[in-house]
Design a protein around this ligand. Structure first.
Ligand SMILES: NC(=O)c1ccc[n+]([C@@H]2O[C@H](COP(=O)([O-])OP(=O)(O)OC[C@H]3O[C@@H](n4cnc5c(N)ncnc54)[C@H](OP(=O)(O)O)[C@@H]3O)[C@@H](O)[C@H]2O)c1
Length: 336
């Protein structure tokens, strides 16, 4: 019995040392945005800003004096978030506008409202996302995660691009597009452009499908950033486009899947807080040293490497063409 106890104690010690090493690694490598740049006179749109990383990003950028538009699907939840942001930042220039990325009509309506009422747009943060949700299809016939995470943002960005380029050219300062992706891009090993919405995929409907779809949607965020940056290059790069992994962050993200929720609860003390998780997004939105950086993937406020597939410019171009078709981008909506 004694040797058993001894080895049990040893095992506990080894596990504790292992966990503490991970915790230490997470603490040491955490990126922090040190820029004190103000955003007075700048207009910023943040999707999914009523909670989690998006809300923390909105609070930080509001504290810098920007005009913050919270683009959210739930007006009740977002008006509570708005009041909190206004109270904590002391900035009243924060507003809520309805945007449901899982509806192409809602995206078009939101963009129309912005183009009609906002003379300028300096920063667009495509942050909203869901993960691990049961495979289901929207009224547009697209898979829900694929549409909420990729197709909705693809359409939104295309519709707002003209305004961003005009703003940048007038003010002679690059506008910035920031796509919140994830290291989950590594979960996707191949892209089937004939079946981007997982109708015929052999994994469709299985227990693993939601995670494969999430990884694919996050890969698409990066490929979209690369191709958009390539296209903008032709326009003198008045707008930069970058994507990022925020880290493993303890937010409400677990509400989309009981498995993700369980993992998050077990690992809570190893996860970043939403404020820590927002640092790379804030960095890309304000830091002077990235004002001319484009087509890059960031983690902890540093350039990082996504999967090999996510660096394939041929795939990025093909994804753009297929996405244009699937969101039914009209010729008058196309900037390029
Ligand atoms: N947390 C992490 O560890 C982690 C890791 C890597 C990447 N990310 C990425 O970080 C981003 C923010 O996630 P989070 O952790 O802050 O999650 P969160 O707390 O769950 O926030 C997600 C936000 O996205 C919104 N949203 C989801 N689907 C939408 C739709 N169809 N239309 C409009 N808004 C929609 C949600 O609105 P409702 O409140 O109305 O649902 C919410 O505001 C996501 O893109 C996620 O993929 C997170």
């Amino acid at each position: 019995m004694f040797p058993f106890l001894f080895s049990f104690q040893n095992s506990v010690i080894v596990i504790l040392i292992f966990l503490l090493t991970i915790k230490l690694y997470v603490e040491i490598t955490k990126g922090v945005c040190k820029s004190t740049k103000r955003l007075d006179g700048k207009t910023i749109i943040i999707t999914g800003a009523n909670t989690g990383i998006g809300k923390e990003t909105a609070l930080d950028l509001a504290s810098r004096g920007g005009r913050i538009i919270l683009a959210c699907r739930d007006l009740k939840k977002s008006s509570v978030a708005k009041d909190d942001i206004v109270q904590k930042s002391g900035n009243c220039n924060v507003l809520v506008k309805k945007l449901d990325l899982a509806s192409l009509a809602s995206v078009r309506q939101f963009a129309e409202d912005i183009l009609k009422n906002e003379p300028k747009l300096h920063i667009l943060i495509n942050n909203a996302g869901c993960g691990g949700t049961k495979q289901q299809y929207t009224q547009d016939g697209l898979e829900n995660q694929m549409q909420s995470n990729h197709f909705g943002h693809f359409l939104l960005t295309n519709l707002l691009l003209g305004l961003m380029i005009r703003t940048a050219e007038k003010e002679q300062e690059n506008a910035r597009i920031i796509n919140v992706s994830s290291d989950a891009n590594h979960l996707c090993r191949s892209l089937n452009f004939e079946d981007l919405n997982f109708v015929r995929d052999r994994m469709a409907g299985t227990f693993l499908a939601p995670y494969k779809i999430y990884g694919t949607s996050k890969l698409c965020n990066i490929l979209f950033s690369i191709e958009l940056a390539n296209k903008l290059e032709l326009h003198g790069r008045a707008v930069t486009v970058n994507s990022l992994h925020p880290g493993a962050v303890y937010t409400e993200f677990g509400r989309f899947s009981s498995i993700v929720s369980t993992i998050m609860t077990i690992l809570v003390s190893f996860l970043k807080t939403p404020k820590e998780g927002a640092q790379t997004t804030i960095y890309l939105a304000v830091a002077d040293e990235v004002a001319n950086v484009t087509a890059q993937y960031f983690r902890d406020c540093k350039i990082a490497k996504p999967s090999k597939l996510a660096q394939d410019s041929g795939m990025a171009k093909k994804l753009w063409d297929v996405s244009e078709t699937l969101v039914r981008l009209e010729s008058y909506e196309k900037f390029f």
